[in-house]
Design a protein around this ligand. Structure first.
Ligand SMILES: [Zn+2]
Ligand SMILES: [Zn+2]
Length: 550
């Protein structure tokens, strides 16, 4: 392998996914400091929380640190098709304008997203065969098959003239993933024998002992469980876990039930998997009405919305507002999924709505209906035995996960561990790896259809409005600076007596024949109105004063 120029460096720069689970965005740079060439590994989103980011569905990394030298970005490489790894491509591509590389199933889903964004003609999406390789400037990438909770997850062996990095993406060790490839242990071992500079690795389950378990055992359990049920069965889970969908279809067939797919993403995933040659034995799918016309014990519905998403199928079924699917007493809903932290309240509301209508609930809390897609501690240890890197770089986790992961790596005799945060520029080679710079990083909100930097505070402003409403006072001044007529007060989102108290305070503040400077008057009225609201109510609304001069 060529050794490269003397000033060449290999660097790692995460701009998302370090310190948080979601929004993965990792860049690797090669070359001298003033002229690095970059590849991007994954480009995902994080879902907004209604409480902290009201009205923001999706967050993504602020990548301006990288896009100043756009011509040096050689390509985006996607490890797998989960939203937290590919969901930002269509949004951020206009800033990146480089080709996108992925294995067929992932490429198919990325293409679908680009089509929806009206970018399909512009972006080159290049398919890499499963187990294939890719050359991008000084980087050669080998796609090594691994297992996860989606089709075609890959560990990337990233080769450069200064050495090899193993980037795991999301993974687990599932001895029987049901669909797709098993973890290529031989390739991992071979990679370890070559000598690996750094293992950049998933930290999601670094606090969980043992192993994550296999999809095949979930299939057995679901099949037994569905055999005991009498009425209609609706199963909700992650549409992207195609092996799970196949298991549920299998269970249905074993017990003489026919299936329907309820929710757009269920249909989309099954179609994408079929187009890529998977699900060859999947049973025929009925439409919703046909399934509802069957005797109850003959129907099984696969539904979106396991996380309580208000617009998804399960939420509409729970409040009986779905146009075609209606469940009643005697029917059962199985949540074949976990509760993603942050979604607890939405999920419990959903489950309560179902329970209130006499529908039986089976969840991962009380039945074996789900396994995680991420490596628990035994699996992480196995990965370190295979790869034996000089450096551990825990990513894809909150800091507590990254810290636990780094400790485990040291226990596995890894000489060094570095816990990166978004914006940390780490030199991996030459020499001992170290943090060499911190570049600007942060989050961008997709607010409606507009990308807005988190620092601009739009979501913060809306939180203030949600907490204490909006107070607007409108005043008219004549040419001598005297208040004309009655000031108008608009009080949105506060109890009636507050508006009355504010009206009195504003009147007091503007009474008389005094001459006013418009700016001073506006500020005095704003303060008086806010104080009056606080005295009457104990809360300070967002307050605005409009002064019109005639
Ligand atoms: Zn992920
Ligand atoms: Zn994933």
């Amino acid at each position: 392998m060529a050794s490269g120029k003397k000033s060449d460096e290999l660097v790692f720069l995460p701009l998302g996914g370090s310190g948080e689970i979601g929004m993965n965005f990792n860049a690797y740079g090669f070359g001298p400091a003033h002229d690095r060439q970059w590849i991007i590994v994954d480009c995902g989103v994080l879902f907004g929380r209604e409480t902290s980011q009201p009205g923001v569905d999706v967050l993504m990394p602020d990548i301006r640190a990288l896009t100043d030298n756009r011509e040096n970005i050689l390509g985006i490489v996607a490890t797998h098709a989960h939203e937290d790894h590919i969901g930002a491509i269509a949004h951020l591509w206009p800033m990146l304008r480089c080709p996108v590389h992925a294995t067929p199933f992932t490429a198919r889903l990325i293409t679908g997203k680009l089509e929806e964004a009206g970018l399909s003609g512009k972006v080159k999406v290049r398919e890499v065969p499963v187990g294939g390789s890719l050359e991008l400037g000084p980087f050669t990438l080998d796609f090594i098959s691994i297992t996860h909770s989606i089709l075609e997850p890959n560990l990337l062996a990233i080769r450069t003239p200064l050495g090899v990095v193993a980037h795991t993406g999301d993974w687990k060790i599932d001895p029987d993933p049901l669909l797709g490839e098993v973890t290529d242990a031989a390739a991992m071992e071979k990679l370890g024998n070559e000598g690996v500079l750094a293992l950049v690795c998933d930290s999601t389950n670094a606090l969980v002992p043992g192993a994550s378990g296999s999809e095949s055992t979930v299939r057995e359990s679901l099949t037994d469980l569905i055999g005991t049920l009498k009425g209609r069965v609706a199963v909700t889970g992650f549409a992207s876990n195609v092996a799970r969908l196949d298991s549920i279809a299998h269970a249905a067939r074993v017990h003489g039930r026919q299936i329907a797919l309820v929710g757009r993403s269920m249909q989309k995933m099954v179609q994408a998997a079929r187009e890529c040659g998977y699900l060859k034995d999947f049973p025929p799918v009925l439409d919703e009405t046909e399934a509802m016309d069957l005797p109850a014990r003959k129907a099984l519905l696969l539904c979106t919305g396991s996380q309580g998403e208000p617009r998804a199928a399960m939420a509409r079924i729970a409040n009986d507002s779905h146009p075609n699917v209606h469940l009643t007493q005697g029917d059962t809903v199985i949540f074949s999924s976990r509760v993603i932290p942050g979604n607890e309240l939405g999920i419990f509301d959903l489950q309560n709505a179902l329970a209130a209508r006499g529908i039986e609930l089976l969840t991962a809390e009380d039945h074996f209906v789900h396994v995680s897609g991420h490596p628990c501690r035994d699996e992480l240890a196995q990965m370190y035995r295979w790869i034996r890197p000089k450096l551990a770089v825990p990513v894809h986790g909150e800091i507590r996960h990254q810290v636990a992961h780094a400790r485990l790596a040291r226990e596995m005799q890894v000489p060094q561990a570095l816990i990166p945060q978004n914006g940390h520029l780490i030199r991996l080679a030459p020499g001992r790896p170290e943090l060499i710079d911190e570049v600007p990083s942060g989050r961008i909100h997709l607010d409606g259809r507009v990308l807005v930097a988190e620092g601009e505070g739009l979501a913060k402003g809306r939180r203030a409005l949600a907490h204490a409403g909006l107070l607007v006072v409108s005043l008219v001044l004549d040419e001598k600076g005297r208040v004309v007529g009655e000031p108008a007060v608009l009080a949105e989102g506060m109890p009636e007596p507050v508006a009355e108290a504010v009206e009195l305070a504003v009147e007091e503040q503007t009474r008389g024949n005094r001459h006013h400077d418009p700016d001073d008057l506006a500020e005095a009225v704003r303060r008086a109105a806010r104080r009056a609201a606080h005295d009457a109510w104990g809360k300070k609304p967002v307050t605005r004063v409009l002064v019109t001069e005639v």
